[in-house]
Design a protein around this ligand. Structure first.
Ligand SMILES: [Zn+2]
Length: 218
Protein backbone atom coordinates (compact mmCIF):
# COMPACT_ATOMS: atom_id res chain seq x y z
CA UNK A 1 0.00 0.00 0.00
CA UNK A 2 2.82 2.40 0.89
CA UNK A 3 4.30 1.92 -2.55
CA UNK A 4 1.03 3.11 -4.10
CA UNK A 5 1.03 6.06 -1.73
CA UNK A 6 4.57 6.82 -2.94
CA UNK A 7 3.40 6.76 -6.57
CA UNK A 8 0.48 9.06 -5.73
CA UNK A 9 2.74 11.49 -3.87
CA UNK A 10 5.28 11.53 -6.70
CA UNK A 11 2.45 12.25 -9.12
CA UNK A 12 1.19 15.05 -6.87
CA UNK A 13 4.69 16.58 -6.76
CA UNK A 14 4.95 16.47 -10.55
CA UNK A 15 1.43 17.89 -10.85
CA UNK A 16 2.26 20.78 -8.51
CA UNK A 17 5.39 21.58 -10.50
CA UNK A 18 3.51 21.29 -13.84
CA UNK A 19 0.70 23.48 -12.55
CA UNK A 20 3.22 26.15 -11.64
CA UNK A 21 4.94 25.81 -15.03
CA UNK A 22 1.81 26.42 -17.16
CA UNK A 23 0.78 29.39 -15.02
CA UNK A 24 4.18 30.75 -14.07
CA UNK A 25 3.20 34.26 -15.22
CA UNK A 26 -0.02 35.77 -13.85
CA UNK A 27 -2.59 37.96 -15.65
CA UNK A 28 -0.55 41.09 -14.97
CA UNK A 29 2.64 39.53 -16.36
CA UNK A 30 4.23 38.98 -12.95
CA UNK A 31 6.25 35.84 -12.37
CA UNK A 32 4.76 33.46 -9.83
CA UNK A 33 7.25 31.94 -7.39
CA UNK A 34 7.94 28.23 -7.81
CA UNK A 35 5.99 26.27 -5.12
CA UNK A 36 9.27 25.01 -3.70
CA UNK A 37 7.96 24.17 -0.24
CA UNK A 38 5.03 22.02 -1.36
CA UNK A 39 7.03 20.27 -4.09
CA UNK A 40 9.91 19.59 -1.68
CA UNK A 41 7.48 18.34 0.96
CA UNK A 42 5.75 16.02 -1.54
CA UNK A 43 9.14 14.75 -2.72
CA UNK A 44 10.19 14.08 0.85
CA UNK A 45 6.97 12.20 1.60
CA UNK A 46 7.44 10.21 -1.62
CA UNK A 47 10.86 9.03 -0.46
CA UNK A 48 9.50 8.22 3.01
CA UNK A 49 6.61 6.18 1.55
CA UNK A 50 8.79 4.39 -1.01
CA UNK A 51 11.64 3.53 1.37
CA UNK A 52 10.12 0.45 3.09
CA UNK A 53 9.29 -1.15 -0.27
CA UNK A 54 12.73 -0.41 -1.69
CA UNK A 55 14.46 -1.75 1.43
CA UNK A 56 12.31 -4.90 1.42
CA UNK A 57 13.10 -5.53 -2.25
CA UNK A 58 16.82 -5.21 -1.51
CA UNK A 59 16.53 -7.58 1.45
CA UNK A 60 14.55 -10.12 -0.61
CA UNK A 61 17.21 -9.97 -3.29
CA UNK A 62 20.00 -10.69 -0.77
CA UNK A 63 18.05 -13.54 0.84
CA UNK A 64 17.23 -15.00 -2.59
CA UNK A 65 20.91 -15.12 -3.51
CA UNK A 66 21.66 -17.16 -0.37
CA UNK A 67 18.57 -19.38 -0.83
CA UNK A 68 19.49 -20.06 -4.48
CA UNK A 69 22.97 -21.14 -3.44
CA UNK A 70 21.53 -23.47 -0.79
CA UNK A 71 18.75 -24.87 -2.99
CA UNK A 72 21.05 -25.37 -5.96
CA UNK A 73 18.71 -23.54 -8.31
CA UNK A 74 17.42 -20.04 -8.87
CA UNK A 75 14.74 -19.26 -6.29
CA UNK A 76 13.02 -16.18 -4.93
CA UNK A 77 12.24 -15.06 -1.40
CA UNK A 78 9.14 -13.04 -0.62
CA UNK A 79 8.99 -11.16 2.65
CA UNK A 80 5.43 -10.55 3.77
CA UNK A 81 4.51 -6.97 4.56
CA UNK A 82 2.84 -6.19 7.87
CA UNK A 83 -0.52 -6.11 6.07
CA UNK A 84 0.04 -9.45 4.32
CA UNK A 85 0.97 -11.09 7.60
CA UNK A 86 -2.14 -9.63 9.21
CA UNK A 87 -4.45 -11.43 6.77
CA UNK A 88 -2.37 -14.65 6.67
CA UNK A 89 -3.93 -17.11 9.13
CA UNK A 90 -1.17 -19.73 8.74
CA UNK A 91 0.79 -20.63 11.88
CA UNK A 92 4.15 -21.31 10.22
CA UNK A 93 6.72 -18.52 10.01
CA UNK A 94 7.66 -19.44 6.46
CA UNK A 95 6.51 -21.83 3.77
CA UNK A 96 7.04 -23.19 0.28
CA UNK A 97 4.00 -24.17 -1.76
CA UNK A 98 3.99 -27.48 -3.61
CA UNK A 99 2.73 -27.88 -7.13
CA UNK A 100 0.37 -30.59 -8.31
CA UNK A 101 3.28 -32.60 -9.74
CA UNK A 102 4.82 -32.83 -6.24
CA UNK A 103 7.62 -30.37 -6.93
CA UNK A 104 8.11 -27.16 -4.97
CA UNK A 105 7.38 -23.72 -6.35
CA UNK A 106 10.50 -21.66 -6.89
CA UNK A 107 9.82 -19.15 -4.16
CA UNK A 108 9.40 -19.16 -0.42
CA UNK A 109 7.26 -16.80 1.62
CA UNK A 110 8.65 -15.61 4.94
CA UNK A 111 6.45 -13.87 7.49
CA UNK A 112 6.90 -10.25 8.46
CA UNK A 113 8.58 -10.89 11.83
CA UNK A 114 11.35 -13.30 10.71
CA UNK A 115 12.03 -11.04 7.71
CA UNK A 116 12.43 -8.11 10.07
CA UNK A 117 14.80 -10.21 12.19
CA UNK A 118 16.77 -11.16 9.06
CA UNK A 119 16.97 -7.50 8.00
CA UNK A 120 18.29 -6.58 11.44
CA UNK A 121 20.77 -9.44 11.29
CA UNK A 122 22.01 -8.32 7.86
CA UNK A 123 22.53 -4.79 9.15
CA UNK A 124 24.22 -5.93 12.38
CA UNK A 125 27.86 -6.63 13.13
CA UNK A 126 26.83 -10.33 13.43
CA UNK A 127 28.79 -10.73 16.65
CA UNK A 128 25.84 -11.12 19.00
CA UNK A 129 22.70 -12.24 17.14
CA UNK A 130 19.48 -12.33 19.14
CA UNK A 131 17.64 -15.62 19.63
CA UNK A 132 15.03 -14.47 17.08
CA UNK A 133 17.76 -13.71 14.54
CA UNK A 134 19.25 -17.20 14.99
CA UNK A 135 15.82 -18.73 14.34
CA UNK A 136 15.24 -16.47 11.32
CA UNK A 137 18.58 -17.35 9.70
CA UNK A 138 17.83 -21.04 10.20
CA UNK A 139 14.34 -20.53 8.75
CA UNK A 140 15.96 -19.35 5.51
CA UNK A 141 18.06 -22.55 5.42
CA UNK A 142 15.04 -24.72 6.22
CA UNK A 143 12.86 -23.24 3.48
CA UNK A 144 15.78 -23.53 1.06
CA UNK A 145 15.81 -27.28 1.71
CA UNK A 146 12.13 -27.40 0.73
CA UNK A 147 12.99 -25.35 -2.37
CA UNK A 148 15.65 -27.97 -3.15
CA UNK A 149 12.82 -30.52 -3.27
CA UNK A 150 12.75 -32.01 0.22
CA UNK A 151 9.17 -32.43 1.41
CA UNK A 152 9.71 -34.24 4.71
CA UNK A 153 9.99 -31.79 7.63
CA UNK A 154 12.43 -33.82 9.75
CA UNK A 155 14.73 -34.43 6.77
CA UNK A 156 14.53 -30.79 5.64
CA UNK A 157 15.26 -29.68 9.19
CA UNK A 158 18.27 -32.00 9.51
CA UNK A 159 19.65 -30.98 6.13
CA UNK A 160 19.18 -27.37 7.26
CA UNK A 161 21.03 -27.64 10.58
CA UNK A 162 24.00 -29.02 8.64
CA UNK A 163 23.96 -25.94 6.38
CA UNK A 164 23.30 -23.14 8.85
CA UNK A 165 27.01 -22.30 8.94
CA UNK A 166 26.96 -21.87 5.18
CA UNK A 167 23.79 -19.76 5.21
CA UNK A 168 25.19 -17.50 7.91
CA UNK A 169 28.38 -17.01 5.90
CA UNK A 170 26.34 -16.28 2.77
CA UNK A 171 24.63 -13.52 4.76
CA UNK A 172 28.00 -11.94 5.46
CA UNK A 173 29.18 -13.46 8.74
CA UNK A 174 32.69 -14.71 9.38
CA UNK A 175 33.26 -18.46 9.63
CA UNK A 176 33.54 -18.23 13.42
CA UNK A 177 30.32 -16.22 13.74
CA UNK A 178 28.57 -18.63 11.39
CA UNK A 179 29.64 -21.73 13.30
CA UNK A 180 28.54 -20.16 16.56
CA UNK A 181 25.09 -19.37 15.16
CA UNK A 182 24.64 -22.89 13.76
CA UNK A 183 25.77 -24.47 17.03
CA UNK A 184 23.39 -22.27 18.98
CA UNK A 185 20.41 -23.31 16.87
CA UNK A 186 21.38 -26.97 17.27
CA UNK A 187 21.71 -26.67 21.06
CA UNK A 188 18.93 -24.26 21.92
CA UNK A 189 16.22 -24.62 19.28
CA UNK A 190 16.42 -28.02 17.58
CA UNK A 191 15.71 -30.05 20.75
CA UNK A 192 12.57 -27.97 21.32
CA UNK A 193 11.16 -28.35 17.82
CA UNK A 194 7.89 -30.27 17.36
CA UNK A 195 8.36 -34.03 17.04
CA UNK A 196 7.78 -34.20 13.29
CA UNK A 197 10.68 -31.78 12.78
CA UNK A 198 13.15 -33.94 14.69
CA UNK A 199 14.77 -37.29 14.03
CA UNK A 200 16.99 -39.60 16.04
CA UNK A 201 18.96 -40.09 12.81
CA UNK A 202 19.87 -36.41 12.84
CA UNK A 203 23.14 -36.74 14.76
CA UNK A 204 26.85 -37.39 14.26
CA UNK A 205 27.13 -40.63 12.30
CA UNK A 206 23.33 -40.91 12.03
CA UNK A 207 21.49 -41.87 8.87
CA UNK A 208 20.81 -38.18 8.13
CA UNK A 209 24.42 -37.09 8.74
CA UNK A 210 25.55 -35.97 5.28
CA UNK A 211 29.18 -35.77 6.34
CA UNK A 212 29.40 -32.09 5.38
CA UNK A 213 32.29 -29.96 6.54
CA UNK A 214 30.65 -27.99 9.34
CA UNK A 215 27.98 -30.02 11.15
CA UNK A 216 26.52 -28.24 14.18
CA UNK A 217 27.30 -31.23 16.40
CA UNK A 218 31.05 -30.94 15.78
ZN1 LIG B 1 9.33 -27.00 6.67
Amino acid sequence: VLTWVAYALALAAVAAAARWYVRRVDELGRRRPFPAVSVALLALLTVAAAAPGVLRAREEHRLARAASDLAGRRVRVHCQTFGEEFVDAGAEIGYVRWRADGRPESRTVLKYEPCRDLARYLRSGKRAPTFEQVVAVHLLTHESMHLAGEHNEAVAECRAVQRDTRTTQLLGATFGQARALAARYWREVYPRMPEDYRSRDCAAGGALDEGLGDPPWA
